[in-house]
Write a protein that binds this ligand. Structure first.
Ligand code: HEC
Length: 128
């Protein structure tokens, strides 16, 4: 009687150990962007001075901030599925606002070309 009981226990603890391992792997595997990308996003800025000025005044507070829900500048993993929607859709979503992003991404006087330059900059991978 003792033996089956004992093997059931060890089987259970083996399963438990597997689940714990799987969970902790999942946690580290799906963690947010790497430290490198957070660091890059904190300081990266467009080369073009006009685009840089708009970026710093309007977009950077969220898209350069590792603590926000916004796709981080340079975070290819976050931007690729968004870019796949097409530039027209992205422009529309910026203009009307989306989730935590206010309409126009806070740049009320930006035109489509400026938004496009900002989006292209933010979506460019930190480490190509
Ligand atoms: C107040 C914070 C905030 C500001 C300011 C901001 N964004 Fe965002 N942005 C977000 C968040 C949050 C998301 C993700 C929204 C979601 O997926 O629900 C986002 C998403 C986006 C997207 C992806 C839209 C899509 O369809 O997936 C684009 C493009 C974008 N922002 C561009 C900009 C631009 C350009 C600026 C500056 C002119 C800007 N954002 C300013 C917070 C912000």
């Amino acid at each position: 009687m003792i033996l089956p009981n004992f093997s059931l226990r060890s089987a259970l603890s083996a399963v438990f150990a597997l689940v714990v391992t799987a969970l902790s792997t999942a946690c580290t595997g799906t963690a947010g962007p790497s430290e490198d990308i957070v660091e890059y996003a904190r300081s990266a800025t467009p080369n073009d001075p006009e685009t840089a000025e708009i970026y710093q005044r309007s977009c950077m507070a969220c898209h350069g901030n590792g603590a926000s829900d916004a796709p981080l500048t340079g975070n290819h993993t976050a931007w690729q599925p968004r870019m796949d929607k097409g530039m027209d859709t992205l422009l529309n979503n910026v203009v009307s606002g989306m989730g935590g992003m206010p309409p126009y991404g806070l740049c009320m006087d930006c035109n489509a070309a400026e938004f496009q330059a900002l989006i292209t900059f933010m979506a460019t991978p930190a480490k190509p």
